[in-house]
Design a protein around this ligand. Structure first.
Ligand SMILES: C[S@@+](CC[C@H](N)C(=O)[O-])C[C@H]1O[C@@H](n2cnc3c(N)ncnc32)[C@H](O)[C@@H]1O
Length: 343
C-alpha cells in the first residue's frame, strides 16, 4: 500500500519535472495567443473553430492543437458554440480593456524571452543579458527607440494594474491631498487611484522621455486637470513634495546603496506624517514561497547591473535606517505586497 503511494508520488513528481521542462512551450503558446489577438477576437462571443482559425490566419495543421492546448491550460473554453474566453481571459487579455495585462506579456515575449536564453551566462558572470549586455544604461538605451519605450511603459501598466486597483481600494487616502508616483511610467497606477478618489491631485515623476506616453494616458483617463507630469532624474534631482509617495517596482531595479538613497530622498520629500508606499513582488521573509518574487529577482539579474528583489523585512529595515518612524507590510494582489513607511 505504502509502496504504491510512493510510486504514485514519484510519478506525479516526474510529471511535474516534465511540465517544468516544457514551461518555455507553455509561455510561447500564451504569448502567441496574445500577439495574434486571439482573446480580443473572442471579446464579444465564442467563435466556431473554422471561423476562428481563418480570422487568426492559422494553418489547419496547427490550429486545433494550438487552441486545445489553451483549453488544457484553462485559458479558453470549448463548447457547442466553439471556442470562447474564460472569465479571466475576458477580463485581462482583451486589448483596450482597462484591465488589460497583455502589454506585459507582449513585452515579455519580444524582449525577455530572448534575453533569458543566456541565463546561464548571467548566473556565472552576474552581468545583464539584455540590451546592455555590452554596456550602457538600461533606461537610456531602451528609450532610444520610441516603439520599445512605449511597449515597455505599456507593459508596466499591465504589470501594475491589479496592484493599482488594490492600492486605490485599500489605502486610506482621506488624509492625503497630493500623491506623487516616483518612476511613474505611463501613470496607470496614479490614474486608477485618482479616478476613485476625486479629492486627490497626482504628480507623475519620471525621466523626460516618458512625458508623451504619460500625458497621452492622462488624457485617456480624462484626468489632465488633476494629474500632471514632472520630469526629473532621481539620481540628481530631489523627489517631488507630496503627502504620499509611491515607489512601484523601482527599488528592485537598483543595487542596495541606490535603494537606500531613494528611501532617504523619499523621507526628505515628505512632511511629518507623510507616507512612502513601496510595492513590488516582495519575496516572503523565509524566501521559500513567493515564486514570482524570486523569478522577478532573477529577471533583475537579466535586466539590470545591480538590481534585486527583496523581502518586506529587509525593506522595513532600510526604511528605519532612512528615518521612517513606523512601517508595515500588507498584501496587495496576487504576488504583490506593499511596505508603507510613515515619517
Ligand atoms: C520598472 S519601471 C516601474 C514603473 C511603475 N512605477 C510601475 O510600477 O508600473 C521603472 C520606472 O522608473 C523610471 N526611471 C528609471 N530611471 C529613472 C531616473 N533616474 N529618474 C526617474 N525615473 C526613472 C523608468 O522610466 C520607469 O518608468
Amino acid at each position: 500500500m505504502r509502496r504504491a503511494r510512493d510510486e504514485q508520488d514519484q510519478s506525479a513528481a516526474l510529471d511535474r519535472i516534465l511540465q517544468l521542462g516544457l514551461g518555455f512551450a507553455v509561455s510561447k503558446v500564451l504569448f502567441s495567443a496574445v500577439r495574434l489577438g486571439l482573446f480580443t477576437e473572442l471579446a464579444t462571443r465564442p467563435l466556431p473553430y473554422e471561423e476562428l482559425r481563418d480570422r487568426l490566419g492559422l494553418h489547419p495543421r496547427a490550429a486545433r492543437d494550438f487552441l486545445d492546448t489553451l483549453v488544457a491550460l484553462d485559458l479558453l473554453e470549448r463548447g457547442p458554440e466553439g471556442y470562447g474566453n474564460t472569465p479571466v481571459t475576458a477580463r485581462y487579455l482583451v486589448r483596450d480593456r482597462a484591465t488589460y495585462l497583455g502589454g506585459f506579456l507582449e513585452m515579455t515575449d519580444l524582449r525577455l524571452y530572448g534575453f533569458w536564453g543566456t541565463l546561464l551566462d548571467g548566473l556565472r558572470t552576474g552581468e545583464p543579458q539584455n540590451e546592455i549586455r555590452h554596456g550602457g544604461d538600461f533606461f537610456e538605451t531602451l528609450y532610444q527607440d520610441p516603439v520599445r519605450r512605449s511597449e515597455f511603459l505599456r507593459a508596466m501598466t499591465g504589470l501594475s494594474m491589479r496592484s493599482a486597483h488594490a492600492l486605490a481600494d485599500t489605502v486610506d487616502w482621506s488624509a492625503h491631498r497630493v500623491v506623487a508616483d516616483v518612476g511613474c511610467a505611463e501613470g496607470g497606477t496614479l490614474g486608477q487611484i485618482l479616478l476613485r478618489h476625486p479629492h486627490l491631485r497626482g504628480t507623475g515623476y519620471d525621466l523626460e522621455s516618458v512625458r508623451d506616453d504619460f500625458e497621452h494616458r492622462a488624457e485617456r483617463f480624462g484626468l489632465t486637470d488633476r494629474l500632471t507630469f514632472t520630469a526629473g532624474d532621481f539620481f540628481t534631482d530631489p523627489l517631488p513634495r507630496a503627502d504620499a509617495l509611491l515607489l512601484g517596482h523601482i527599488l528592485h531595479d537598483w543595487d542596495l546603496p541606490t535603494k537606500r538613497m531613494l528611501l532617504r530622498k523619499a523621507y526628505e520629500a515628505l512632511p511629518p506624517g507623510g507616507v512612502v508606499i513601496v510595492y513590488e513582488t516582495l519575496i516572503d521573509d523565509d524566501r521559500r514561497t513567493n515564486l514570482t518574487g524570486l523569478l522577478m529577482s532573477l529577471n533583475m539579474l537579466v535586466e539590470t547591473t545591480g538590481g534585486f528583489d527583496y523581502t518586506g523585512a529587509e525593506c522595513r529595515r532600510w526604511m528605519a535606517e532612512a528615518g521612517f518612524t513606523s512601517s508595515g507590510v500588507r498584501h496587495l494582489a496576487g504576488p504583490e505586497s506593499m511596505v508603507v513607511g510613515r515619517k
